[in-house]
Design a protein around this ligand. Structure first.
Ligand SMILES: Cc1ncc(C[n+]2csc(CCOP(=O)(O)OP(=O)(O)O)c2C)c(N)n1
Length: 343
């Protein structure tokens, strides 16, 4: 696919999605998944604002479609790696919501025993092998996991999620090269939300798109609208099947936008961030959830009342899981050095 500059212009790609190729059950499933991620992050945003969360939280509200679509194409045996903004990655794989919240609240029932907070998530039971705050830190780990699949001659693939800031790290280029030269089953997923902390991509790069680096490493790449869950699903299902069967890496660049600032609940008031409320409002018109809901309504596949019921049910589930996590116990201080090494 050639570079499409409309992808970075929020006046484009705001129409409802073409749902004609999909069954209603599937469409509802992915809608609910995106809503669950959205409500979970909204819950974190408001509780962070109220001072109930110690861990910093990097929210990806607006970016839900990417992990939702990719996860639909994965198996339990696959190896998934994230970064500092990984709530959607682990939630879309079906992690336990209460343990997820407990982790962010640093409770002992959390996904990593309350040791990691929001930026060190791990849940091997759903194939999520970890996220770290070191930008690009997990990209070579995903390549290592790809090596494992190759050596074991199994059908597992690995997925590496990273941002447009991470592509500026040398290790990503070494990883792309290693994956290609060894023909490893790795899907590199670049979530291009146009910002690296406070700097817009135009202040950092000669082009807003970074899939050109995959071309330099002879890896086939796809540039897609990261707020179109169906386009992403179509693209991911094809290349993940190729990756699994033909043992070769692929690169997806999904253009998206985060509605909130770099960290915590604020909209646009991170230090030095240069974007206006108007930009954010414009990007909200490309809301991946609304675009899917609008398509379902237009085709009379659902009603406003049904959608409200779905939202209310999911909100109650998020709220209940949050309260349970809030009431969970904290780790015993005597267990401080537990989990440092795997027994
Ligand atoms: C190696 C390293 N360098 C710098 C930082 C500081 N830092 C944290 S997040 C971030 C920006 C990452 O941007 P991107 O990869 O695009 O992800 P996004 O936050 O946009 O999701 C930076 C520079 C870091 N954590 N690690």
């Amino acid at each position: 696919m050639s570079d499409n500059f409309n992808l970075i212009d929020p006046n484009y790609y705001i129409s409802p999605l073409d749902v004609s190729d999909y069954e209603i059950g599937f469409l509802m499933k992915i809608l609910k998944k995106m809503l669950l991620i959205r409500f979970t992050e909204e819950c974190l945003a408001s509780n962070k604002k109220e001072g109930k969360i110690g861990s910093p939280v990097h929210l990806g509200i607006g970016q839900e479609a990417i992990a939702t679509a990719i996860s639909e194409c994965l198996n339990k045996e696959d190896y998934i790696f994230g970064n500092h903004r990984s709530h959607s990655h682990v939630l879309s794989l079906g992690t336990n919501l209460q343990s997820f919240f407990a982790e962010i609240l640093c409770k002992s029932s959390g996904l990593s025993g309350g040791r990691g907070g929001s930026m060190h998530l791990i849940d091997e039971s759903v194939g999520f092998y970890g996220s770290v705050p070191i930008v690009a830190g997990t990209v070579p780990l995903a390549v290592g996991a790809g090596f494992t699949s190759k050596l074991k001659k199994n059908k597992s693939i690995s997925v590496s999620y990273f941002g447009d800031g991470a592509i500026e790290e040398g290790v990503v280029h070494e990883s792309l090269n290693l994956a290609r030269i060894n023909q490893l089953p790795v899907i590199f997923v670049l979530e291009n939300n146009l910002f690296s902390s406070h700097l817009h991509i135009s202040q950092r790069q000669p082009s807003p798109f970074s899939s050109r680096y995959s071309k330099a490493n002879d890896i086939e790449s796809f540039l897609v609208d990261g707020n179109n869950v169906l386009e992403l699903f179509k693209c991911a299902s094809k290349i993940i099947s190729n990756c699994r069967n033909k043992h070769r890496p692929y690169f997806i660049e999904a253009v998206t936008y985060r509605w909130l600032g770099h960290v915590d609940w604020r909209e646009d008031i991170d230090v030095g961030v240069s974007r206006s409320k108007t930009d954010i409002e414009k990007w909200k018109r490309r809301d991946p959830i609304k675009r899917l809901e609008d398509s379902l309504l237009n085709k009379c596949l659902t009603t406003k009342k049904d959608l409200k019921n779905i939202r209310d049910e999911l909100k109650s589930y998020v709220e209940e899981s949050w309260i349970k996590a809030l009431n969970a116990s904290k780790p015993n201080p005597d267990s401080l050095i537990d989990h440092v090494y795997r027994q």
